[in-house]
Design a protein around this ligand. Structure first.
Ligand code: ADP
Ligand code: ADP
Length: 227
């Protein structure tokens, strides 16, 4: 029941022709089925890079990454992502954005509408279903992006500071919803956050990362008992 296995992963970027930047070095990590893993660390330490590698969007420059026992080479549709920049389609309405991934699944029109309604309600934007993303505030757009990724119902969710732009009240609502969905649908979640409080509330396991000699390093791993 290992979902991701990272063997001695390294990531080096070429900043320009002369300079190389080592972001990740000798990273070993296993992520288990149905785990809620939070990654905390200072900005610039390589958290987003690690998440993009888990997503198959970027390849490590060293080591191997396995997803369910197979080398991960490109994105797969059972891995969903929520990024800080909401990446909504500007020409589509809120409801069309949420329904985007559903069109490619064999789900009836009625069922699609039911799913979209459910997530619109969850994010509190039912009244804005026909609005375009640019008509909404940043926090509202972020909620739409979260709803879209959840509506696709992927086995694995990779989330990069998904609640970063939200006010405290909305953040707490969505944290609760995410935990409910995670428990009900047995998802594997990897969640990046700046907030230790948020990590302690959400996670089974927290990994604190830092930069040592220019490369990401796992400092502390804590298992959080769920009560
Ligand atoms: P974090 O998510 O922890 O803030 P990132 O993974 O975004 O960190 O970035 C880690 C380091 O890698 C930063 O110094 C950043 O400037 C650099 N970096 C990220 N992406 C690229 C890229 N595509 N090319 C070159 N450098 C990059
Ligand atoms: P941001 O974090 O970008 O400021 P918010 O999600 O906090 O975005 O929303 C900012 C403003 O958008 C709110 O003050 C409110 O006027 C409006 N707004 C947000 N959500 C709703 C909603 N469900 N119904 C009506 N107005 C809303």
């Amino acid at each position: 029941n290992i979902v991701f296995k990272l063997n001695n992963i390294g990531k080096v970027y070429n900043e320009n022709e002369k300079n190389e930047l080592t972001v990740i070095k000798n990273l070993n990590l296993e992520i288990k089925e149905n785990e809620f893993l939070c990654i905390v660390g200072p900005s610039g330490c390589g958290k987003s890079t690690l998440l993009r590698i888990l997503a198959g969007l970027e390849l490590p420059t060293e080591g191997e990454i396995y997803y369910r026992g197979r080398v991960l080479k490109k994105p797969t549709k059972d891995i969903g992502m929520v990024f800080q920049n909401y990446s909504l389609m500007p020409w589509l309405s809120v409801e069309e954005n949420i329904a985007l991934g559903l069109k490619f699944q064999s789900i009836s029109k009625e069922k699609q509408k039911k799913i979209v309604d459910e997530y619109l309600e969850m994010i509190g934007l039912t009244k804005f279903r026909t609005s375009k993303p640019y008509e909404l505030s940043g926090g509202m757009q972020q909620r739409v992006a979260i709803a879209r990724s959840l509506a696709n119902n992927p086995d694995v969710l990779l989330m990069d500071e998904p609640f970063g732009a939200l006010d405290a009240y909305t953040r707490i609502q969505l944290q609760k919803e995410l935990l409910r969905i995670w428990e009900k649908h047995k998802k594997t979640i990897v969640f990046i956050t700046h907030s230790v409080d948020e990590a302690v509330y959400l996670a089974d396991r927290i990994i604190l990362m830092s930069k040592n000699k220019g490369a990401i390093e796992v400092d502390i791993q804590v298992d959080i008992p769920r009560i």
